[in-house]
Ligand binder design. Structure first.
Ligand SMILES: [Mg+2]
Length: 132
């Protein structure tokens, strides 16, 4: 079963996304509320994909993504940035720091989530197969 880490400090946004994911498929879903927790959980649980909110207390998603990308696990995990619609330009910046894709909050379109998930889970599965 694919493991997905949802990193988001806002409880409502986190619940909405987890609810969507449960509708889309059978995933093991784990949650974190800031960048420090995200790094710890990534190392401990080795998720296949991370949804990363960018604006969070303690450590934001920008810093957490950069640090995760520097680790061994970080080269094998897909990261989708969760962006606020008001923050123009964050999408391109997120890609520039190592996110694979982005999704605007609130996440209301299940088909969009499904499409992005399928593409990225396949992409990283393929690169893993090359390594083995
Ligand atoms: Mg936030």
């Amino acid at each position: 079963m694919k493991k997905i880490l949802v990193v988001e400090d806002n409880e409502d946004n986190r619940r909405i996304l987890v609810y969507r994911l449960r509708k889309i498929g059978e995933f093991e879903i784990i949650e974190a509320q800031n960048g420090v927790e995200a790094i710890e959980m990534t190392e401990r649980h080795i998720p296949d994909l991370i949804f990363m909110d960018l604006k969070m207390p303690v450590m934001d998603g920008w810093e957490a993504t950069k640090r995760i990308r520097q680790t061994d696990v970080g080269s094998r995990v897909a990261i989708i940035a969760l962006t606020a619609q008001a923050m123009a330009g964050d999408e391109q910046k997120a890609l520039a720091i190592g996110c694979d894709d982005y999704l605007a909050k609130p996440v209301v379109d299940p088909e969009l989530v499904r499409t992005k998930l399928e593409r990225l889970l396949n992409k990283y599965e393929a690169s893993e197969a090359v390594l083995h």
